[in-house]
Design a protein around this ligand. Structure first.
Ligand SMILES: CC(C)(COP(=O)(O)OP(=O)(O)OC[C@H]1O[C@@H](n2cnc3c(N)ncnc32)[C@H](O)[C@@H]1OP(=O)(O)O)[C@@H](O)C(=O)NCCC(=O)NCCS
Length: 192
């Protein structure tokens, strides 16, 4: 049986892996979040910023080629980890890499004794029904009726067991909200 990819920690000393990762990140985020890691230099800077000792950074590799990255940062005294970022190389999407990276992050979060993973997922590009409109005075009513239009990743996260827990209207300018999702992970003792 062949193993299509492996998931390992990204080490701050692994310059080759960091260079491979930075090379595809601008392509990954160009449509979803224009302006985020838009250039090779910005991608390298973001990777370096997120490679903190207390953070989780995991990469997927296919025969040595880096094809995905997931990060996690502790919040609320380590009770919660924020999932950020998640990126799969465009030519390797839809083969299970993203799902496997989320599962690997969950395992590491549980091992660290935390019970919740949280994330924000922007909609700057009209990808859902909650984008391009005035969400006030009842943002949560709009969120309860959310519909996907063009493949926003919130559906991916829901497939991974996350639930929508909130929305920040106009987070990126008028009509460009940030969707908040979370998932309880691990044993009850990790939450209590
Ligand atoms: C979102 C992303 C991480 C998913 O990774 P992936 O390896 O392609 O996902 P998987 O193959 O594990 O999961 C596939 C399933 O999740 C769902 N899915 C994946 N990407 C999706 C998306 N953008 N929108 C909606 N559903 C999606 C689909 O149901 C898909 O099944 P299918 O391939 O049979 O259609 C990847 O597409 C990516 O890097 N996108 C650009 C960056 C991004 O949006 N990151 C998240 C920012 S919050």
């Amino acid at each position: 049986m062949t193993v299509p990819f492996t998931i390992t920690p990204l080490e701050a000393t692994d310059s080759a892996a960091i260079a491979q990762l930075a090379a595809f990140l601008p392509d990954v985020f160009r449509e979803m979040s224009p302006g985020y890691m838009a250039t090779l230099g910005e991608a390298l800077e973001e990777i370096r910023d997120l490679l903190q000792p207390e953070h989780i950074n995991l990469i997927a590799r296919d025969e040595g080629d880096v094809i995905g990255w997931i990060g996690g940062q502790p919040l609320y005294d380590g009770h919660v980890y924020e999932l950020h970022p998640l990126a799969v190389r465009p030519d390797r999407q839809h083969i299970g890499v993203g799902t496997a990276l989320v599962a690997a992050l969950e395992a590491e979060v549980v091992a660290r004794g935390a019970g919740t993973i949280f994330l924000g997922s922007d909609d700057e590009m009209g990808r859902t029904s909650v984008s391009g409109i005035d969400l006030y005075p009842n943002p949560l009513e709009h969120l309860a009726r959310i519909e996907d239009k063009t493949g926003h990743p919130f559906r991916f996260y829901q497939r991974c067991g996350f639930v929508l827990i909130g929305i920040l209207p106009d987070a990126n300018g008028f009509g460009k909200p940030d969707l908040y999702l979370a998932k309880r992970v691990g044993p009850a003792s990790n939450v209590g």
